[in-house]
Design a protein around this ligand. Structure first.
Ligand code: UT7
Length: 329
């Protein structure tokens, strides 16, 4: 019995931060940001909006599309690197906000690949345990809270937002939709190339760590760039081989929205036409775990997807972590 996406939803905060705004904050310019990354603007959450608030709005939309009530959910997985608090989990906070009283809840941390890791976990749990029939998988980030607004290497790249899907067991025998194949990968040897150094057990927060700005995200951009292109294209090829689907059969490649040059390089390594590669990072920048699921929701709601289409999701991020998931709509 397959597991399929019954509903999608997303939410991005109202406040828009443009490249022109950033020009006033750090030594950067619109031309550099657009040509090096493809990003034109990003959304920034209000000070009183936590990740669970963004997640809640996205989840309500996904539940509505699926025709599912919060009480029917038996599983909630939230993928995030910007939880509301160290604990309890953001999924527990979301459960309470949604009144999803029957759900088992946990958070998952795989940075930008988190949503794909969440799909894999839910698929495995739902396929092997009859207890789990309806699941909510969320990718959400308030990256503005871990962004160093004095560091031009990173602050121009990031944005806030959330996305959610409702997964259900496929009941209709004529339904061809579902998760067809997935491939996840991790390599902890590269753990330092994208990180927030302080605030955890290895370097607890002190006045000194704050003075040194070590509670903000750091990234070795060029190194990440090369690894991202190779890892995502390899994972995509593997899932297509597993499912015996060719690049020309894919209606949409939805890559992690970190850099337009990375997206184009992955598309071209897979031999895909540009019109089948979805891009929305110009509007939102890199929203980490939320990026792929916000893009999926945009495609679904714009009606650019039809029953039977093959959708290939791929992501890459800190850890390192990466993955690809092939869906049939
Ligand atoms: O989501 C997790 C995965 N993350 C990613 O996939 C991100 C991967 N990396 C990237 O997207 C790119 O490496 C960046 C966008 C981060 C950087 O682009 P790049 O083409 O690799 O630039 P670079 O780091 O080699 O920097 C080139 C120049 C440097 O100046 P010099 O040393 O050549 O004089 C930088 O100091 O650009 C300078 N620079 C900037 N200039 C204006 C760096 N940031 C900026 C900026 N505005 N914001």
């Amino acid at each position: 019995m397959g597991i399929k996406i019954k509903g999608t939803g997303s939410y991005t905060p109202e406040k828009i931060l443009t490249n022109a705004d950033l020009e006033k904050m750090v030594d950067t310019n619109n031309e550099w940001i657009v040509t090096r990354t493809g990003i034109e603007e990003r959304r920034i959450a209000a000070p009183d909006q936590a990740s669970s608030d963004l997640a809640c709005k996205a989840s309500e939309k996904a539940l509505e599309m699926a025709g599912t009530t919060a009480e029917e959910l038996d599983l909630i997985i939230v993928a995030t690197i910007t939880p509301d608090k160290l604990f309890p989990s953001t999924s527990s906070i979301l459960q309470s906000k949604l009144k999803a009283v029957n759900a088992v809840c946990f958070d998952l941390q795989a940075a930008c690949s988190g949503f794909l890791y969440g799909l894999e976990c839910a698929n495995a749990l739902m396929s092997s345990n009859p207890k789990y029939t309806k699941a909510l998988i969320v990718g959400v980030e308030k990256l503005s809270g871990i962004t160093d607004w004095q560091d031009r290497n990173t602050c121009v790249l990031l944005g806030d937002g959330g996305g959610a899907v409702v997964l259900e067991k496929r009941i209709d025998k004529n339904d061809i939709g579902g998760i067809l194949a997935s491939k996840l990968g991790s390599d902890g040897n590269y753990r330092d190339i994208i990180q927030v150094p302080a605030g955890g057990s290895s370097m607890p927060t002190t006045h000194e760590t704050i003075d040194k700005r070590l509670h903000y995200m750091k990234m070795e951009g060029q190194e990440v760039f090369k690894l991202a292109v190779n890892a995502m294209s390899k994972a995509c090829k593997e899932v297509m081989e597993t499912a015996k689907v060719k690049p020309e059969d894919i209606r949409w490649l939805i890559p992690h929205q970190a850099n337009l040059r990375i997206i184009k390089a992955v598309g071209s390594k897979l031999g895909m036409n540009e019109e089948n590669v979805f891009v929305n990072l110009n509007k939102y920048g890199n929203t980490s775990a939320a990026s792929v699921v916000i893009a999926l929701d945009e495609i679904v709601r714009s009606g650019k997807i039809k029953r039977g289409d093959y959708i290939l999701l791929t992501a890459f991020g800190s850890g390192l972590t990466w993955g690809a998931t092939l869906l049939r709509w």
